[in-house]
Design a protein around this ligand. Structure first.
Ligand SMILES: [Fe+2]
Length: 244
């Protein structure tokens, strides 16, 4: 394996905004308490990220967060954080589970926790299907909100290049979990992530970090020369899209 970025002396995540992570303490399956979040921030600093937008789960069955619970956790963390402003915890959003409840709410209102007032981070059940996604896509397009599908490589129902292309044609941006390329979610997810990367189908990348270990793992991420070029293209696109 050729270490593309070490050779080019450039950290993989330099200057990026990590818009998908579970940094906020105590409100989902991510950071358990403020000290853990502060440790995560130190790892973020070393990885080279310039900003972070925490995105806790909003998932009625397991993590029924609201803008209020998220705001409270965000305030708790920012009050305790005395790092020298890098990375900046820019604001907060959410990772919305697309289920019956999400669709119902979407019909009557606009989701409150958007990214840059325009994008929304979505996930589906790992063993779910794309039916709700299609419905959500229609409703979101009516509201001029752009959907970002978190870690498409992780879903069992999405396997073929044609399926991913269809989602993109419908307006979805596809977000790579960097850990997928390291086999963190198993060899099949890794293989799918490699295929999507090679095929140029990812638009965005993020850590989806749930703890400090997840971030520390990323220090060992290595890419082939070809993967490195695809990664750079994603990074440039993302830097442009999320200019803060
Ligand atoms: Fe996540």
């Amino acid at each position: 394996m050729f270490d593309f970025f070490k050779k080019h002396n450039q950290p993989l995540f330099e200057g990026l905004c990590d818009f998908h992570n579970h940094l906020l303490p105590g409100i989902d399956d991510g950071s358990k308490h403020v000290d853990m979040s502060l440790n995560m921030l130190k790892a973020y600093q070393r990885l080279g990220f310039s900003s972070i937008i925490p995105s806790p789960h909003i998932y009625q069955e397991l993590y029924p967060n609201t803008p209020e619970t998220i705001k409270k956790s965000f305030q708790e963390l920012t009050k305790a954080n005395h790092l020298d402003n890098v990375p900046v915890i820019h604001s907060y959003s959410a990772e919305y589970m697309v289920d019956e409840s999400f669709i119902r709410n979407l019909e009557n209102s606009i989701p409150k926790l958007l990214l840059f007032k325009k994008y929304i981070l979505l996930e589906i059940h790992i063993f779910g299907n794309t039916q709700h996604l299609e419905r959500a896509c229609f409703e979101l397009s009516q509201k001029e909100i752009v959907p970002i599908l978190a870690h498409p490589e992780r879903y069992h129902c999405l396997e073929t290049i044609a399926q991913f292309k269809t989602l993109k044609q419908k307006g979805f941006y596809l977000q790579l979990n960097a850990l997928s390329l390291m086999g963190h979610y198993g060899p099949e997810v890794k293989q799918k992530a490699q295929l999507l990367l090679k095929s140029g189908l990812y638009d965005l990348l993020a850590t989806d970090a749930h703890n400090t270990q997840n971030l520390e793992q990323l220090f060992s991420l290595q890419l082939s020369k070809k993967q490195g070029l695809q990664w750079e293209a994603i990074r440039d696109f993302q830097l442009d899209l999320f200019r803060v």
